[in-house]
Design a protein around this ligand. Structure first.
Ligand code: ADP
Ligand code: GLC
Length: 485
């Protein structure tokens, strides 16, 4: 009999995305061995999901669910997409607004509702998973509820849970009285060995404490979060759980991210044709964005949420110096005002040399990966990172800080052995970053052959989901062995 796996998450490609979490939840389920595993996915039916998708959803049923002293409407919609069954939890009060997340005090109530509703619909849709696989703080209460009220019913008795940490920085914290009121959990849950942390209630902590197994999205990050620098005040808990914690690096959806077939880019190319064709993407993008059209000039790309995590203060510190070099820089991102304005400023100051696209555009992101010679990602911390995987695949050589998944996926160039797929630096220091960028420039301008060989290696490394899905299957088997295992 096939094992039943249930993903519960707050975002999922192609329906709704704010970051890499959506890419993972939207692509990983399709890569499990279909003879052994059946995977279904539950996400909220946000009002902001586009009508293109809403039209394809089918209404299943609705009911009212007790939530502390409230009684809340739970609608269930479903859709089959690329062979995977998706359920959308409907509630217009909680899932209103033009984006999935808003104020934290509202979000904690929203995702308490979502977590409980996700478990509550299972008997209704007649799906009894062997493993409930939760993602990030928004679903941290699922393992808690599973061991609390839901345990009493036989239906949930043997379900195991996994908590995958995509970003330990976001934990879903709010004051205990409000959370107690929102979740209906008994006060005994709000102690330091359970949900309480530093005086508040903490959803992710609850998930980590109560899940049967914990994973995160790269091996290096799994180690890093056991230390105070990366542990976001939960390093003690991570050390306590290290026996059931592992890091599994993310993969990419190689169908969507394929320069050979990508319909969003100007000119398709492969590992055999990039020498001639990749540059056509560069000149077309230069034209589109008002950069000086020059096929020779090194074009460096950034596609990112504009937050502290991604190391933009380093860029700010040396941007004037960098702009004296023979480079062009294109940025696509949205986020903190501080960084949006910073890039707008540099685009104005270095008109024709720096382009700042302060918006969210999937299509433009594809064009940038395809057009750029290098891709800059100097993160302070990076649980995995998908952007550098996309740039590898499109032959934009990553320049990264050696942390988390960046360290695990980008092999630094070694000029003596002619090995590597990008450039890296160790310390969170602006001039160390600048040196790495200048080293990349030196190779780009003076050793074209080595540069092109590196693109060839980068485009050939395999970060499809095949490997990583296999590692998740091992975790599943550990928790829920097949008969005879
Ligand atoms: P994180 O999840 O921390 O934001 P990742 O590197 O894992 O970082 O994933 C980021 C994803 O979001 C990538 O698919 C990247 O291309 C995409 N992305 C980020 N910002 C934008 C944007 N402004 N427009 C389009 N795609 C974006
Ligand atoms: C988080 C992390 C990012 C990771 C993504 C998907 O948003 O910041 O590093 O790639 O989740 O796991």
């Amino acid at each position: 009999m096939r094992k039943k796996i249930l993903f519960i998450a707050s975002e999922c490609v192609p329906f709704v995305k704010t970051g890499g979490l959506a890419d993972v939840v939207g692509s990983l389920p399709g890569y499990f061995d279909g003879e052994k595993y059946e995977v279904r996915v539950i996400v909220p039916n946000y009002i902001c999901i586009s009508s293109e998708w809403k039209e394809k959803m089918n209404f299943v049923t609705s009911f009212y669910m007790d939530m502390a002293w409230r009684s809340q409407y739970v609608g269930i919609l479903e859709m089959e997409y690329n062979g995977i069954r998706y359920y959308f939890i409907d509630n217009e009060y909680y899932f209103a607004g033009d984006k999935p997340y808003g104020y934290i005090h509202e979000d904690v109530e929203k995702f308490a509702f979502f977590s409980k509703a996700a478990l509550s619909i299972l008997p209704v849709v007649n799906y009894k998973p062997d493993i409930v696989h939760c993602h990030d703080w928004q679903t941290g209460l699922v393992p808690v509820y599973l061991k609390d009220s839901f345990r009493k019913g036989g239906f949930y008795a043997n379900m195991k849970s996994i908590m995958t940490i995509h970003n330990l920085k976001f934990q879903g914290c709010w004051n205990i009285p409000a959370i107690q009121d929102a979740t209906g959990l008994d006060m005994s849950y709000f102690t330091s060995d359970k949900l309480e942390a530093f005086g508040d209630a903490n959803y992710l902590k609850g998930g980590i404490v109560y899940a049967d197994y914990v994973t995160t999205v790269s091996r290096t990050y799994a180690e890093e979060i056991k230390s105070p620098f990366y542990g976001e005040h939960l390093d003690g808990l991570m050390r306590a759980r290290e026996g059931s914690l592992c890091g599994i690096v993310n993969g990419l959806d190689y169908q969507e991210w394929n320069p050979e077939t990508d319909s969003m880019i100007f000119k398709n190319f492969t590992v055999d044709t990039f020498r001639k064709d990749k540059v056509k993407n560069k000149t077309a993008l230069q034209k589109e964005l008002g950069l000086e059209v020059d096929r020779k000039k090194m074009l460096i790309g950034i596609v990112s949420r504009l937050t502290d995590q991604k190391g933009f203060d380093l860029i700010d510190c040396v941007m004037d110096e960098l702009c004296q070099d023979e480079v062009q820089i294109v940025v696509l991102g949205t986020g903190e005002d501080r960084y949006e304005n910073m890039f707008r400023h540099y685009a104005w100051k270095y008109n024709g040399k720096v382009a700042a696209c302060i918006c969210y555009s999937n299509e433009l992101s594809h064009k940038i990966y395809a057009a750029c010679d290098a891709f800059l990602m100097p993160s302070q911390f990076e649980p995995c990172g998908l952007s550098q995987l996309m740039s590898l695949r499109y032959g934009a050589l990553p320049i990264v800080r050696e942390t988390g998944g960046l360290k695990d996926t980008v092999e630094p160039y070694n000029e003596y052995e002619e090995s590597g797929t990008g450039f890296s630096f160790t310390n969170y220091n602006a001039h160390e970053m600048l040196s790495a960028v200048r080293y990349a420039q030196a190779v780009y301008y003076d050793r074209k052959r080595s540069w092109n060989q590196m693109i060839e290696r980068a485009m050939k490394v395999d970060f499809s989901w095949k490997n990583s899905a296999g590692q998740y299957e091992e975790v599943y088997r550990k928790l829920s062995p097949f008969e005879g295992e």
